[in-house]
Design a protein around this ligand. Structure first.
Ligand code: 8YV
Length: 309
């Protein structure tokens, strides 16, 4: 048990994750990064991965040495300021790939085969008097993936089994057997499905914009399992309103969970409450890895999965 009273937990975990934390760490807890901590002596922060950690919080903690972030993405952390202060941080790569891939497939099939609409069709008693309209298959489609990190590579491997053509866009080509396209707009132009799987942050802010949706076109589908920040949401809403693309499936948004209410008024978008890693097995592996990193720091060992700063 880490009981130096020097761990500050920021944000709340689900009950089973919190009980895993409580078995290994005695931490003071605050609900979010804007709450003033009751002391300035904390050496480490343990946080959920979806909790923004503002610079203003860290400025109140002169003794802070390390942040253990329970998520693979780390756009919730003020990286430049951490670097300036010499504060190290860890994330949870690897352990959530399968869960995110599985959710992506769920979204793809829900979108292409119109599963939510089909469920409503049956529940509303419309089946006896009409046939549900035909939908479209995944097989033979051109799938464009934006980003080609660990999760995207695992997704691509799984996609192969569905007989699709895979292309991808990253800043630099990788040694992979998929078609490399240097620009997102060009990728959208030659894709039937565009899947966002790149990191969030300044470098990818709003890269899926009006021009990309135009290039994807009225038969194209847009899937986002990356971050809300990678999308120009106003442009996406406008595109969906005018049937500029065939549909979108979104697991991530700006300002979660208080998302733009316009998304709730559209009938060609599937909206999910950020479920990418949300399985019991995955969240268990994520919290254990997070705590292993925290423990490694207190034992003066190398972090298992450090964030490159
Ligand atoms: C959750 C995620 O947001 O790992 C990530 O980057 O987006 C998700 O797993 C969160 O981190 C869960 O705590």
């Amino acid at each position: 048990m880490l009981s130096e009273n020097s761990v500050l937990q920021v944000g709340f975990f689900t009950p089973s994750m919190q009980s895993a934390v409580d078995q290994r760490v005695k931490a003071d807890k605050i609900p979010d990064g804007n709450t003033v901590p009751k002391s300035f002596h904390y050496q480490t922060i343990l946080t959920t991965g979806s909790t923004p950690i503002p610079r203003s919080l860290i400025e109140q903690l002169p003794k802070l040495e390390m942040i253990a972030n329970c998520g693979v993405g780390y756009d919730n952390l003020p990286l430049a300021y951490l670097k300036e202060r010499g504060i190290v941080a860890s994330n949870t790569p690897g352990v959530l790939n399968a869960a995110v891939c599985e959710l992506t497939f769920g979204m793809v099939f829900a979108l292409l085969r119109k599963l939510p609409q089909a469920q409503s069709f049956v529940l509303e008693g419309r089946w006896p008097s009409a046939a549900f309209p035909l939908t479209t298959s995944l097989a033979g489609k051109r799938v464009g993936i934006v980003g080609m990190g660990r999760i995207a590579q695992d997704l691509a491997k799984r996609l192969i089994a569905f007989d699709v053509h895979i292309a991808y866009c990253t800043p630099k080509p990788k040694d992979l057997p998929y078609l490399y396209v240097g620009h997102i707009e060009a990728l959208a132009e030659q894709s039937d499905l565009l899947i966002m799987l790149c990191p969030g942050g300044a470098a990818t802010a709003k890269i899926a914009n009006a021009a990309v949706f135009k290039a994807l076109g009225p038969q194209g589908f847009f899937i986002n399992v990356a971050r809300g920040s990678v999308v120009d949401e106003a442009a996406l809403i406008e595109t969906l309103k005018t049937q500029g693309i065939a549909g979108a499936a979104l697991d991530v948004f700006n300002n979660e969970p208080n998302i733009n209410p316009e998304f709730l008024t559209l009938n060609n978008v599937l909206v999910l409450p950020h479920l990418g890693s949300a399985t019991t097995e995955t969240r268990h592996a994520m919290i254990e890895l997070t705590l292993d990193n925290l423990q490694a720091h207190y034992r003066h060992q190398a972090l298992k999965t450090p964030i490159p700063l």
